[in-house]
Design a protein around this ligand. Sequence first.
Ligand code: URP
Ligand code: ZN
Ligand code: ZN
Ligand code: ZN
Length: 485
Amino acid sequence: MSIVIKGGTIVAADRSYAADILIEGDTIAAIGPNLSGDTVIDAEGAYVLPGGIDPHTHLEMPFMGTTTAETWESGTFAAVSGGTTMVVDFVIPGEGGMLPALDLWAERAARQASCDYGFHMSVTGWSEQIFGDMEKVVARGVNTFKHFMAYKGALMVNDDEMFGSFTRCAQLGALPLVHAENGDLVAALQQKYLADGVTGPEGHSYSRPPAVEGEATNRAIMIADAAGVPVYIVHTSSEEAHEAIRRARQAGQRVYGEPLIQHLLLDDSVYASPDWDFAAQRVMSPPFRDKRHQESLWAGLVSGSLQVVATDHCAFTLAQKQLGRGDFTRIPNGTGGLEDRMSLLWHNGVGTGRITMNEFVAVTSTNIAQILNIYPRKGAILPGSDADLVVWDPKASKTITAAGQKSVIDYNVFEGHKVTGLPRYTLSRGAVVWDAGRGSSPQPGRGQHVARPAFPAVSRAYATWKELVAPRPVNRAPEHMPIGV
Ligand code: URP
Ligand code: ZN
Ligand code: ZN
Ligand code: ZN
C-alpha cells in the first residue's frame, strides 16, 4: 500500500516548492509532480512540513518528590495532534545508575508511544562507574548527556564533575547538554526569600534572576572549551544567557541554544497574579522573564545565534503544584507545551513575519535533527527519509484551552491563546496518526526508538585544532640561555 500526498507546497528548511510526495512503507519513495498511489491525502491549500521534533520532554519523570503526570501515551498523542512526530526525553538515573534507567524509559516508551522517540541521558554525579556506563549508553543510541548546574542536593553537578563528563563526551563523540543556572546561588537565594517571608510562587522567580542563568551559561561554555567539546544549552531564557552563547559562537566555539516556546511568549507578570494556583502552574526553571528577554530570544532565532525551539514539556497537575503551598521551593518545577509548540510558533513567528516558513521548519525540525545526528532520516523531506510529515493548514485556527487538549493535566499555560495554522494530518513513518477532520486516537506501540549514533567529527576537529594551537616550549639556542643552564 502506497500513499501519495497531493496538491501541497513542500516547505523545507532551505526552500519551498509545489510537489506531491509518494510514501511506500515507512519512508518517502519519490517527490515530484503528478505522482499517484493507492491512497491519496489531500494537501490542497496546505503546506507539507517535516514533522516537528521536540528535543526536550520529561514524560513520567520522577522529580521533586512526585512524577510528571504526562504519560508516554498521552504525551506522544498530544505531540502528534500538534504536528510533532518525535520527542527526545530525558532519562534520570536512579539507584541502579544509567543502564537500568535507560531500560525503564525504553520499556515505557515502546509500550505507549504513538510517535518515534529518542533519549538523552542525565549525568547526576561523577564516578568510574559513570565513566564506563557512558560508553554503553552511547552504544545504545544515546549521544547526548545532560548536566544540571541547578537543583542542589538532587541532580546538580559541580564544575569538576562537568569537566570530567564533558571530557568523556569528547572521547565518545557525544554532545553535552546543560541546564545552566548557578545552583549554589539559587539555593542561597531561596533561603533568603523564605526567611524574608516570601513563600508564594513569586519567590521562585526572585530566586532565579537572569544573572544566575547568564553566569552559569558562561561557565558551562568555558568548561566545554577546556574539554574540547561542543555544548548545547537547554531552555535558554534570558538575554544574559543568549549573550554568552552569541559571544562564544563569534569566538569560534560550537555552542547551541534552545529557547522554549513558553519563554518566547509568556512573561514574569504571571508570578504577580493574586491567584496562587495560576502563578504556581507557571513555575518552571528558568522562570518566565521580563518581556525584554523575549525580544532577545526572537532575535537569536532570526539571526541564527539560537537554533531550536523546544518545550521542556514537564507537566504536573494542579494538585501536584499544590505540594508547594506555603513554600515555593516545593512547587514541582515544570510547564507543558508539547501539543501547542508548532501552532504557537507558526502563529506568533510566521504569522507576524518575525520568521519565515523555512526558518520555522529549521528551528522546529531540521536544525534539531542535524544537531542530534538523525538527519536526514528525520528533519527532512527527501527520498529515503522517514515519512514523518505534517500537512499544515495555514488557515485553520483554534483557541487553546485545557478543556480541549490531549494532555492529561488540568490547565494549560497558554489558555486563551488564539492560533492560526494547525495540522490537517500528521503522519508518523507513513501512517496517519492525526486527522483533524475525523479525529484520531492514540496508537500506543507505534512509535519506535530512533538510535542516534555518536558523531566524533566535531570532537576530532576540536582535538586537531587544539593540538595545533597548544602552548609549546620555546627552543632557545645555548648562547641565549643564562650561564649554567
Ligand atoms: O522546570 C523545569 N524546567 N522542569 C524540568 C526539569 C528541567 O530543569 O529541565
Ligand atoms: Zn532544566
Ligand atoms: Zn527539562
Ligand atoms: Zn641568536
